[in-house]
Design a protein around this ligand. Sequence first.
Ligand SMILES: CC(C)(COP(=O)(O)OP(=O)(O)OC[C@H]1O[C@@H](n2cnc3c(N)ncnc32)[C@H](O)[C@@H]1OP(=O)(O)O)[C@@H](O)C(=O)NCCC(=O)NCCS
Length: 192
Amino acid sequence: MMHEHLPDGGLIRKLWAGETDAYRDHLLRLDTDSRHRRFSGAVADEVVIRHAATASGPGVVVHGFFVDGILRGAAELRRNGSMFSQEAEAAFSIEQPWQSHGVGTELLERTLLSARNRGIKSLQMQCLANNQRMQQLARKFEAGLSFDFGGVVGEVDPPRSTVLSLMREAMVDSHSVATAIFEAQSRLFKAA
Ligand SMILES: CC(C)(COP(=O)(O)OP(=O)(O)OC[C@H]1O[C@@H](n2cnc3c(N)ncnc32)[C@H](O)[C@@H]1OP(=O)(O)O)[C@@H](O)C(=O)NCCC(=O)NCCS
């Protein structure tokens, strides 16, 4: 039920601290155009590698879209400045074969929930002016976010976390852990 809108075999969960290598490999697999859109410009492999390594740092939450245990999409929420800052940046990356299947929509929904629960009031998305898909995607959440494209800043609404939204995040996380353990077990069984 939780993943009914995702392509077959896909699941979304937060990345764990030890998974920055998987994040790096995913970002390096992006095709040239997607990498350009993700980083708002052409960046060298070294820049991507250095960036991925910072994803386990404080103030960063990455939701991952996994297919058969491989990370194929990600949404990175990064608080600007100090731990108490109420501003954050979000960035999305989905590998080409999985684009336009609703994964970005699910990832943005999870990201908004996490942002709200962390007291983020302003969410920025660096987005190239010609990135129609990202703009369409963001517009779907206009009710919870207000936009101004060309270096997009959105207001997260409602600004404070509610008991309900905190519970929803906890529920989704515990569900994901159960799924991940189940996945790991079925892979072990397959291997045996
Ligand atoms: C931009 C991106 C995150 C969007 O995620 P996605 O999973 O492809 O998007 P979705 O399938 O959830 O579609 C979101 C909306 O975009 C629109 N859309 C989908 N495919 C589209 C296309 N090919 N052209 C134009 N609009 C499109 C639709 O309105 C869609 O919503 P709907 O299907 O409910 O109508 C993803 O394509 C991606 O990672 N691209 C490369 C990197 C990037 O551009 N990152 C964004 C900058 S941070």
